[in-house]
Design a protein around this ligand. Structure first.
Ligand SMILES: Nc1nc2c(ncn2[C@@H]2O[C@H](COP(=O)(O)OP(=O)(O)OP(=O)(O)O)[C@@H](O)[C@H]2O)c(=O)[nH]1
Ligand SMILES: [Mg+2]
Ligand SMILES: [Zn+2]
Length: 396
């Protein structure tokens, strides 16, 4: 196997945290795949102990074969024994490498396959619950790792607020930052996206909302603030919303195939079938994904739900009765906020519905258990009550 470093990237800025000479030059090839100083430092500390390891980044997973861009060459590796590279080497956690993972490959000797042996701890992990009719639920699908930003793409002509709330919660749960991208603005009457932007903002407090056309490029410039060197941006959304078209525009060439959408129901045909990591010319990285039909949150997504509905939670704990069910009780602060227009009834309904779904996950095997969502709602209510009391006594 040829393990000499590529020469074409040696003049790029080289991360200087690497202790051994040679390894810094080798890692330089990974800069185009989004390498950061902290990842480089982790790689260097591992390769200084075991120089056989070749650092790389997973670009695509095709069944049992994983395509890895590595510091010296590209690999098609298997990952039968991969485990997470914890600093504590006694803690062995098996890992299924996914797109965006930083990995250490052990090149195979003779006829042996190249093996992904170690996966660096993930700074973020995008996962959803698989919803398959007739099959046992609860199975999680990992979509991408080590992403900084997710572009949540929805067609401006086909905006769906409930879906957006789910997509935002999914991304908050991953540890990455969601950004809403309304696509196909060229199809809007008057080319004016202001109304749909307004709608999207109501479903996305604290999240940036942009409107673009992947075909004309209108509105895409601000997105480049997220695709800077060292960043990893994943595009998610339903099939046919224009993820690959937008990605091609940002790349500056036809990196991914795009597909016609069906006239009958305006849905896509799943043109993109595998998740794929693609380097931008400036050192940023984009990950294209196949359209996701349904979005279900993985268990443990309570914090993500709270972040998604931050404006709803401020009204908890303000009701006259501590155990208020917010269904028309006297002195109900939620009801009052909805009546005065401070809180959207739709948003409160969505919050309750998604909260119930998470509760179902936690309680289906043990109905008696107090769920994290219930516990959280109680804690927030109590905090809000205390704040109010403090405010009142200050104002006396
Ligand atoms: N008019 C217009 N059409 C668009 C735009 N973006 C995408 N399209 C069209 O919408 C169809 C689907 O686009 P894709 O980019 O393949 O959609 P996708 O989200 O990648 O779909 P999957 O790969 O199936 O998940 C194609 O026919 C595109 O030409 C846009 O901004 N304006
Ligand atoms: Mg696509
Ligand atoms: Zn109430």
């Amino acid at each position: 196997m040829n393990t000499s470093p590529h020469n074409d990237n040696l003049d790029q800025p080289i991360i200087d945290t690497t202790p051994t000479s040679g390894s810094a030059a080798e890692l330089a090839n990974l800069v185009q795949y989004g390498l950061t100083d902290s990842v480089a430092a982790r790689f260097a500390s591992i390769t200084s102990k075991d120089s056989e390891f070749v650092p790389g980044r997973v670009a695509r997973v095709d069944g049992i074969s994983t395509f890895v861009h590595a510091s010296s060459t590209d690999f098609r590796a298997v990952s039968t024994f991969a485990r997470i590279a914890h600093d504590d080497e006694f803690e062995i956690e098996p890992a299924q490498p996914t797109v965006g993972d930083w990995v250490l490959v052990r090149p195979g000797k003779n006829q042996d396959p190249d093996e992904i042996e170690l996966v660096l701890p993930r700074s973020s992990l995008l996962a959803r619950k698989r919803v398959q009719r007739g099959k046992e639920e609860g199975d999680e699908q990992v979509l991408a790792a080590n992403i900084t930003t997710a572009f949540i793409v929805q067609a401006a002509t086909y905006f769906n607020s409930n879906r957006l709330e789910r997509e935002i919660a999914l991304v908050w749960g991953s540890g990455a930052t969601p950004v809403v991208v309304l696509s196909k603005t060229d199809l809007l009457e008057d080319d004016d996206p202001s109304e749909v932007i307004e709608q999207a903002r109501l479903s996305a407090p604290g999240v940036e909302v942009f409107a673009v056309s992947g075909i004309t490029g209108a509105g895409t410039d601000p997105l480049r603030a997220y695709t800077v060197a060292g960043s990893t941006v994943v595009l998610i959304g339903a099939s046919g919303v224009g993820k690959s078209t937008l990605l091609n525009h940002l790349m500056g060439h036809e990196a991914m195939e795009t597909g016609e959408i069906r006239e009958s129901d305006t849905r896509g045909r799943h043109t993109t079938v595998t998740r794929q990591l693609l380097p931008l010319p400036n050192g940023g990285v984009l990950i294209d994904t196949p359209g996701i039909r349904s979005i279900a949150l993985v268990s443990g997504s309570e914090e993500a739900l709270a972040k998604t509905f931050s404006e709803v939670e401020q009204f908890l704990g303000q009701c006259r009765f501590n155990d208020c069910g917010h269904t028309g009780e006297p002195g109900c602060a939620i009801g009052a906020a909805i009546k005065s227009g401070e809180l959207s009834a739709d948003r409160f309904e969505s919050y309750k519905r998604m909260g119930r779904e998470l509760e179902y996950e936690e309680t289906k095997h043990n109905p008696a258990v107090k769920t994290e969502h219930q516990r959280r709602m109680r804690v927030i209510a109590k905090n809000n009550r205390q704040k109010n009391r403090a405010k009142k006594s200050r104002n006396k």
